[in-house]
Design a protein around this ligand. Sequence first.
Ligand SMILES: C[S@@+](CC[C@H](N)C(=O)[O-])C[C@H]1O[C@@H](n2cnc3c(N)ncnc32)[C@H](O)[C@@H]1O
Length: 352
Amino acid sequence: MTPTGHRPRNASPLTTAVTVARLLRSPRIRLLLSLSGKLVTPVYRAAFLTAAASSGVLRRLAEGPADLRTLALELGVEGDTHRLRRWLDAGVKLGQLSSRSGRYALRSRLAKQLARVENDAAAGALEEVVRFHHPVLLDAPRMVREGRSFSLGDQDGTVIARSSLVVQPFIEEAVSRLLDRHRPVRLLEIGCGSGVYVRHAATLNPRLTALAVDLQPEVAEQAARNMDRWGIGDRVTTRQGDLRDLAVDERYDLVTLHNNIYYFPESDRVEVLARARETLAPGGRLLLTTSCQGGGPSLEVLNLWFEFADFGGPLPVEDELVAQLRKAGFSDVEAHRIVPGEQFRAFVGTNS
Ligand SMILES: C[S@@+](CC[C@H](N)C(=O)[O-])C[C@H]1O[C@@H](n2cnc3c(N)ncnc32)[C@H](O)[C@@H]1O
């Protein structure tokens, strides 16, 4: 109190500047502040950006600022705009959006980049981390205790098909180097995902025909739509199927498996690769691209996810996969590092 009996401005009846300073120096409060800045806020930001990208909010806001009603219509939200506003306001608080005169806009550099169509693979990769990598790190001890595993249905195949495209330029380069561009080529692609590598091969060789197969029905349906959209539906047959019981009535010049050898248990891999070889004409070649063990944190967690899945197995070890390819009957087996600085390899073998 001042001598006049008035409380000085900023003074609180419950704390003094001295107690606030003391509390802020306490190890417990310092730990909380450190956790908040270094871990909690980035986790919140990652979750918000994932949802904003996958719901279409980022794309809509990339066209220009929009009010709540417009965003609600865009998202097909009827009635409960109150909670949508709260979520958008959380995005403002997290520094990802701005809000002025009732209209939301993109604010952070990351939000602006993820909103761009050409960065869809990065948005998919973020979604894979948040939706699939995060749960395995979080739930692993409990899953071990309860004997639980992930199944294929725990993955969203369409998200994985998008996120796999982070390595697209490198895989396309490998396809470009291996593909014969002058003669008709019959291509079989196993686990085609979105189908972009079949498109790439078809663009390089106008006389190429292909069978594109994916195990997951919704992925195969999307790939078939893509082939039509890209104008190659007449040269490419797309269907749902499993390499292990695929009935093929012709022999192929090239069989490709990109990013999916770890969808097969380690103990089945020789058999699976032998099955792939059987679909090849004499002299036909296999191109298999995959992440391998020993990479950075993202690959390690991907590896962990498959360790916790009731299908598939760990990422391959380069030398072991080379040995498995030889055992499956391939000759001239080679492994090439195709992504600089990362454990990502292209394996090539011939059915001689
Ligand atoms: C990580 S995604 C990769 C998609 C695509 N190859 C790419 O690189 O963009 C793996 C794909 O393999 C498919 N797959 C897994 N096991 C398969 C099998 N036995 N036969 C055919 N496709 C399979 C999955 O459904 C999934 O779409």
